[in-house]
Structures are given as structure tokens and as C-alpha cells.
Design a protein around this ligand. Structure first.
Ligand code: IPM
Ligand code: MN
Length: 366
């Protein structure tokens, strides 16, 4: 297996280093070979090359790099975000650029409360919080269609187009039905949208969902408006199994999901192209104020590595990789109860110590 590693900025490289430590341990345990290559794609490199911090003045990731990335089995990404670079430049130039260029049309975000991890939801435990969000990842409000007219005048107009194609909606919905079937949990797929207001865009989603749903008679077809979904995340998270949702709403509800599973230190995500190159990342940011202090939580990055192994195994049919992913997740679940907290600085361990504990748990497992 060949993995491209993009540490990125801030604490990204630190947490990725712990994930790679765990990868070494699990590869030795299960017996598979892999190689990694570091790609220095970051805000730091952009600034060092003379990039303008206020407007995108040169590519953050080059065409050649994107072509090279296409040759890897997976990409392991640390963090995107730099305190000296204006918002939007790195997000669009790196994260969204790779998601779109590599057609990673699914953003897979499990919301799972690990044992011993504190949730802000009173009276809820790991048995109540275990579902997965399938976020559409290449369309909706993220395409960059729209514009400003009469800018700087009292008559300024701004539009941001929510672009949905039948093709894009359908492939996300199909992926979600298949995932729901594989999970073999409650057998319930919930479409989250806003059909009462976004009648065109989410009308399309709803019709596609109902039509494709007929091919899955054993799966319960369920629908929530996005506002109600936020309410249920807090009140009845145990209701959910698999959720499928548009890009923007998926972005928002998965931050709420991250909080109920114990915070940004824990939440992992995968940008998936089932027939191409997928990219796995902790969903939190680059946490510049903690950079270099060995205090950031690497659990989310290690959980992303578990996803990377499992998804790559799923796509290539290599059972060893699926086993490796399961083992990494089991090791995380053996370590979280020992930690004081999942927040940076308060874990009771340093970043490298948490990585050591998980790697050791992988090695010590049966
Ligand atoms: C995420 C992030 C990104 C998004 C930003 C950084 C562009 O919030 O991965 O959820 O909105 O998708
Ligand atoms: Mn987000």
C-alpha cells in the first residue's frame, strides 16, 4: 500500500506522526507492507514561496502534485489552516481543490462515542451514540458558482448557487444505502434536508432518495428536516443509524456530531472516491496556538488512519487491511478510558504518549 502524507499546517504534522506510529505497529502485527511519501503542501510553503496572505496569488497544490497523488492508494491529511493566511485561501486551494480534483464525492463522518469519553449529552453513553453521516462532498453550495454585482455600492447583490445534479445526488444516496446495508445496524437510512424551503434542490434529493430506496426494500427510508435533525442529535442520538445529507448541511451537522462524540480531538473523516484516491483527515483544524507543544489530541488522526485502512481494504478487497483498521479502532477504544479528557492539554498524557499507548495496545492485542 502506498500512502501520500500531507501533514499540512499547525498541529497537523504532529498528529499525523502519531497515526504513522500506529500504522507501523499494526503493519507489523497483521503483516502487510506499505510505503509513505511526505508531500509538503501547506500554508507555510505557500508563504515561503512568496504567496500573498490576503489573496490566492499562486497554487497551494500544483497540477503535478495532484497528478502524482492520483498514483497513491490513499492520502493521509493532517490539518489545513494558517493564522497568517486569510480565510478561504487554503480551504479552497488545498482541501476543496483536492476533494474536487480527485472527485472524492463522499465525506464519510462516523459519530461514535468511544468508551470513557465524555459527551455533553446528559445520560447518554457509547451505546446511544454510534451512527454515520454520509455527506455529499463535491456539489451543493461548495461549487463556487455565483458572484457579486455592484460590489461596494448600496445595491450590491451576492448569489451563491446551490448546485445539485441528479448524478451527484444519486451516487451519494446509493453509497449511503450500500453503507447502511453493510453496517447491518438498525437498517434505517435518514435523508436530511430542507424540502419545505429548498423545494427545487431538496425536491431532487427527495425524489432520488425515494426512487433508489425501492431497490432496498429491507432498509427503512426516513427523512428529517435539518433543523429537526439538530434537535434529535441532542435529544435522541440513539435513533440514528446512517444519514445521507447535502454538502453544506453535512458540514454543519457533523460539527454538532463531533461535539456529542467528545469533541474535535476525536472526530475522524474520510473524503472518499470509491473508484479513485481517497483522503482521510481528522475533522478539526490546525490549532495554531498548540503547535509544537506536544499537547494536541491525536485520537482523531489515529481514527482517520483506521478509516484509511478499512476503506482501502474495502475497495481493494484486501481483508488484512480491513482487519488492520478494526484493530486500530479497538486499540483506540482500549486507550480512551485511560485518558483524563479528549481536550488538548488536559488528556493526562502528551500527544506522543497517547500515540505510544495506542501503538502498544495494537501490539499487545490477541
Ligand atoms: C470541513 C471543513 C471544510 C468544509 C472547510 C475547511 C472548507 O469545515 O471539512 O468540514 O467546509 O468542508
Ligand atoms: Mn466543517
Amino acid at each position: 500500500m502506498r500512502i501520500a502524507v500531507i501533514g499540512g499546517d499547525g498541529t497537523g504534522p504532529e498528529v499525523v506522526a502519531e497515526g504513522l506510529k500506529v500504522l507501523r505497529a499494526v503493519a507489523a502485527k497483521v503483516g502487510f507492507e506499505y510505503e509513505t511519501k511526505d508531500f509538503n503542501v501547506s500554508g507555510d510553503r505557500y508563504l515561503a514561496a512568496g504567496g500573498d496572505p490576503n489573496v490566492a496569488s499562486m497554487p497551494i497544490v500544483s497540477e503535478e502534485e495532484i497528478d502524482e497523488l492520483r498514483g497513491y492508494d490513499a492520502i493521509y491529511l493532517g490539518a489545513v489552516g494558517h493564522p497568517d493566511i486569510a480565510p478561504g485561501i487554503l480551504e479552497k486551494g488545498l482541501l476543496l481543490r483536492l476533494r474536487f480534483a480527485l472527485d472524492q464525492y463522499i465525506n464519510l463522518r462516523p459519530v461514535k462515542l468511544y468508551p470513557g469519553v465524555e459527551t455533553p449529552l446528559a445520560g447518554k453513553g457509547p451505546e446511544d451514540i454510534d451512527f454515520v453521516v454520509v455527506r455529499e462532498n463535491t456539489e451543493g453550495l461548495y461549487t463556487g458558482m455565483g458572484g457579486n454585482q455592484y460590489q461596494g455600492t448600496a445595491n450590491e447583490v451576492a448569489t451563491q448557487v446551490m448546485c445539485n445534479t441528479r448524478h451527484g445526488v444519486e451516487r451519494a444516496i446509493r453509497y449511503a444505502f450500500e453503507l447502511c446495508k453493510r453496517r447491518n445496524d438498525k437498517g434505517r437510512l435518514t435523508l436530511v434536508g430542507k424540502t419545505n424551503v429548498l423545494t427545487f434542490a431538496h425536491g431532487l434529493w427527495y425524489r432520488a432518495f425515494c426512487e433508489i430506496g425501492e431497490e432496498y426494500p429491507d432498509i427503512e427510508k426516513d427523512y428529517n428536516h435539518v433543523d429537526a435533525c439538530c434537535m434529535w442529535f441532542v435529544k435522541n442520538p440513539d435513533y440514528y443509524d446512517t444519514i445521507v445529507v447535502c454538502n453544506m448541511f453535512g458540514d454543519i451537522i457533523t460539527d454538532l456530531g463531533a461535539m456529542i462524540q467528545g469533541g474535535m480531538g476525536v472526530a475522524a473523516g474520510g473524503n472518499i472516491n470509491p473508484s479513485g484516491v481517497s483522503m482521510f483527515e481528522p475533522i478539526g483544524g490546525s490549532a495554531p496556538k498548540y503547535t509544537g507543544q506536544n499537547v494536541i489530541n491525536p485520537v482523531a488522526a489515529i481514527a482517520s488512519l483506521a478509516m484509511l485502512l478499512r476503506e482501502t481494504g474495502q475497495n481493494t478487497g484486501e481483508a488484512k487491511l480491513i482487519d488492520a483498521g478494526d484493530r486500530v479502532e479497538a486499540a483506540i477504544m482500549a486507550v480512551t478510558p485511560k485518558m483524563d479528557s479528549q481536550s488538548a492539554k488536559r488528556m493526562g498524557y502528551s500527544t506522543t504518549e497517547v500515540g505510544d499507548l495506542v501503538a502498544q495496545a495494537v501490539t499487545d492485542a490477541e
